[in-house]
Each structure stands twice: as structure tokens, then as C-alpha cells.
Design a protein around this ligand. Structure first.
Ligand code: ADE
Length: 257
């Protein structure tokens, strides 16, 4: 038996797991029911993250529909201008209000959106809980800033939520939009082969994942822990839980509070 922390956390972990399993039942939805519209000035930045691996397979299975909108397609005038100087003098170009307004109002006429999200370093910090709740939505818009930012009137009048992926400044919101989309998509039932594996991800139960291994059992003298080769499933899952707690205590003690 592990120290008391384990028993305390055992209860906590099982409780959290059951809670997630219950909510998983309610989030079971018809195929293809999440639609994500991403608005960007540099849509090329989204190409690889949205067209490979789990996200691509989820699109193919009809579990998610992702549409990327290029802001420039909504610009007017000979030069299709989408940015302009910053009123007030600071260096850096600002994405103009009109093309973004046109895209968002067009999309809103077509369907009802649960959230219209602007990706910004000053938004609410993204985490697993936020991903879980967004994965329950049917229609989402993710608006990526670029250059110095976007005209503030968009944020005041059209945006319903602002999300940051961490306390650092990216060149634009595209990488953040890709991270958020990926995190949401893997939560859709059927998006990953083993449905329960999204639930055992690090952070899903406030614990980091324990160490994982595959064959060979010995490589250059580096051995896989004996317990994992024992075939005793009960002991193995106890060991995995102990390891998860140990790693969390060492690396992210704040998650145990
Ligand atoms: N755009 C620029 N930096 C960002 C961040 N940290 N999170 C979300 N969007 C951003």
C-alpha cells in the first residue's frame, strides 16, 4: 500500500473518473456534430495540424467538420487589404474590423454558435477542463489574431470568449487554434481507437500519466519494469496509479492540491 496520499487520491481519482465517465455518456452525440470554423489571416499555418493523424481521421469518420476561412477572401478594394496602422501610434499592423465582421456575421446567419472564441495571450488559460466543456459544443468559431492583433471592436461586439494557451506571445493565434482543435477532437467518442484512452490522458483526472513502454522488454540493458510483464492486471493498474501519483507529486505538485 502506498502512503496515505494514495488512499486519499484513490478516492479522488475514482470519483473524478466516474464523473468523467458519466459526462462522457452525455457527450455521446451523433456523428459529425462538432463543427469548428477557424478564421485566420495565414491559413497555411493550420494545414499540417488539421490534416494528419487523429484530427484527419476524425474528419474522415465524420466526427468533426473543420472549415478554415481566409480573412483575405473577405477583404475589399484593389489590394484586398486586411490590416492597417494602429491608431495611437504603436508599431505593428492591426487586422481590420470589416473583413472579420463579414465572416462572423455570415457564419452566424448560417447557424447558431455556442462560442465565438478569440485566441489571445490575455484570454482565460486553456486546460483540460476547458477542452472537456468545449467538446460538448456543436458549433464553434475560433478567431486567430495576427501581427499586432485585431481591431478591438471585434472583441467588444462579436467575441463571446477569449482563450490563451499559455503566458507567452505567439506570432498569431493559429498555433493556439490548432492546439485547441486537437485537444477537443480527441475527446469526441470514436476519434481515438480506444475511447477510454482520452479519459486516461494526463490532466484528465488531475494526474500526470504514469510511464509507458512497448517491446522489446530489454533494450541495451534498459529493462521494462517487471510488474508490467507479470500479466497481473490488478497489480499492474495499482502500479500505474502509484506511478501517476509519484510523477505528479514530483513534477506538478500543484495538481494534487
Ligand atoms: N496569440 C498569441 N499568443 C497567444 C497565446 N499565448 N495563446 C493564444 N493565442 C495567442
Amino acid at each position: 500500500m502506498l502512503p496515505s496520499l494514495l488512499s486519499v487520491n484513490n478516492i479522488q481519482v475514482n470519483f473524478q473518473f466516474n464523473k468523467i465517465m458519466k459526462s462522457q455518456k452525455c457527450i455521446r452525440r451523433k456523428k459529425g456534430s462538432i463543427r469548428i470554423d477557424i478564421i485566420s489571416a495565414v491559413p497555411q499555418l493550420l494545414e499540417s495540424p488539421l490534416n494528419y493523424s487523429i484530427v484527419q481521421r476524425a474528419k474522415e469518420k465524420g466526427l468533426v467538420y473543420i472549415q478554415v476561412h481566409n480573412i483575405r477572401d473577405y477583404a475589399t478594394g484593389k489590394y484586398k487589404k486586411i490590416d492597417d496602422y494602429n491608431y495611437g501610434g504603436d508599431a505593428g499592423m492591426v487586422l481590420m474590423v470589416e473583413p472579420i465582421y463579414k465572416i462572423i456575421t455570415k457564419l452566424k446567419r448560417e447557424r447558431k454558435y455556442d462560442e465565438i472564441i478569440f485566441l489571445s495571450p490575455d484570454g482565460q488559460t486553456f486546460n483540460q477542463q476547458c477542452a472537456n466543456s468545449l467538446s460538448l459544443c456543436k458549433n464553434l468559431i475560433l478567431l486567430c489574431g495576427h501581427y499586432k492583433g485585431i481591431d478591438y471592436r471585434i472583441r467588444e461586439h462579436l467575441i463571446t470568449k477569449e482563450i490563451s494557451i499559455g503566458d507567452y506571445v505567439l506570432s498569431g493565434g493559429e498555433i493556439a487554434a490548432a492546439a485547441i482543435t486537437d485537444t477537443i477532437v480527441r475527446l469526441i467518442p470514436g476519434a481515438i481507437s480506444d475511447e477510454t484512452s482520452a479519459l486516461t490522458d494526463s490532466f484528465q483526472n488531475s494526474l500526470l500519466e504514469g510511464p509507458i513502454y512497448t517491446r522489446p522488454a530489454v533494450f541495451k540493458g534498459w529493462k521494462v519494469p517487471d510488474i508490467l510483464l507479470s500479466g497481473n492486471h490488478k497489480k499492474i493498474s495499482e502500479w500505474q496509479e502509484e506511478q501517476a501519483i509519484k510523477r505528479t507529486r514530483a513534477l506538478r505538485p500543484d495538481l494534487l492540491k
